[in-house]
Design a protein around this ligand. Structure first.
Ligand SMILES: [Zn+2]
Length: 321
């Protein structure tokens, strides 16, 4: 029996190695063609991702370090909301979302990298598995929650469709979908059990915010500890009245001109708002700073795109912020 298994695996590994060598020989004559100008792509369409550290450094034993090294995969945080248009819909992944690329089992990474061809379809697919819904930008550029897709197979189908759109290797995307139908159920069920609330849409990440240190389920102890911390956080937030938390931090709004860091043509820069939850949207105000004289003042949402500085550009007086 063992002989059969070893023989079978040996044949597969040898076969793959031979295929690799054949392709490597073919590559030598094709190098120029493969990097011709019309193969260039548009960087603007790529997500802005930041690697999350793999936490071997502070583990207390060598075994723990090895376990983290082997089982903890690199995870990434979406730094700016990622928008992908597909079949007339602008799918939007909020800033701050953390994911591990296409969740491909580590022994198969030699064949298919989790942050390779399936990066973008994998990002949207991970989001769908996690929340069973996704933001869509409406005609005003506002992020609206959408639950059109609500089944595991629905998200797998979207992965295939976006994959075909992005990488144009249909057989690869078909295989990925097939793999998910076979092995995606565990992840899908895990997220359904957790039943997380969706997260308010954010366009960019506040740099000072510390990221969580989540482990893959293959590291059980750490996972339990992590779950406890997460629960603690939820309880704490629930106790804090909504207004209190908002008062101290400046946040970005949901439109382009209300992002922290947005600067209009008069060099007036948005520093964020503390009253985004105002019942009347007209009462939402933003802290602005002037790029010429550094004056800090308040402005209404609707004024931001053409606001002038009240001190040095004869703009309107400041409002409360
Ligand atoms: Zn000024």
């Amino acid at each position: 029996m063992l002989d059969l298994v070893i023989g079978f695996l040996g044949t597969i590994v040898t076969g793959l190695f031979v295929i690799y060598l054949v392709l490597f020989v073919l590559l030598q004559g094709k190098k120029k063609e493969l990097s011709s100008p019309n193969t260039l792509i548009d960087m603007d369409k790529m997500p802005v991702l930041r690697p999350i550290p793999i936490s071997t450094a502070n583990q207390k034993s060598f075994l723990n370090k090895i376990l983290v090294f082997v089982f903890h995969v690199r995870r990434w945080r979406v730094e700016q909301a990622f928008i992908y248009e597909y079949k007339g819909k602008q799918y939007a992944v909020h800033a701050g979302f953390e994911f591990d690329g296409a969740s491909i089992p580590k022994p198969l990474w030699a064949l298919l990298s989790p942050v390779g061809l399936l990066l973008i379809p994998g990002l949207i697919h991970d989001y769908g598995y996690r929340y069973n819904g996704i933001y869509i930008l409406d005609e005003h550029g506002e992020a609206v929650w959408d639950e059109t897709i609500s089944t595991q197979s629905g998200w797998d189908e979207l992965l295939k469709g976006i994959g075909n759109d992005v990488n144009k290797i249909q057989i690869l995307n078909e295989l990925a979908k097939f793999g998910l139908a076979l092995g995606g159920g565990a992840a899908w069920n895990k997220w359904r059990d957790k039943n997380e609330d969706r997260v308010a849409f954010m366009w960019s990440v506040d740099d000072k915010k510390q990221t969580s240190n989540q482990y893959q389920e293959n590291v059980p102890d750490a996972n339990i500890a992590d779950a406890n911390i997460a629960e603690g956080n939820v309880a704490e937030i629930a106790k804090t009245p909504e207004g209190d938390a908002e008062e101290k931090t400046f946040a970005s709004g949901t439109t382009k001109t209300t992002q922290i860091g947005y600067e209009n043509s008069n060099n007036q820069k948005v520093l964020g708002s503390r009253n985004l939850d105002a019942t009347d949207k007209k009462n939402v105000t933003f802290k602005i700073s002037c790029g010429h004289c550094n004056e800090e003042y308040g402005a209404k949402t609707s004024e931001i795109h053409r606001r002038k500085c009240p001190v040095c550009q004869e703009g309107k007086p400041s409002v409360n912020w």
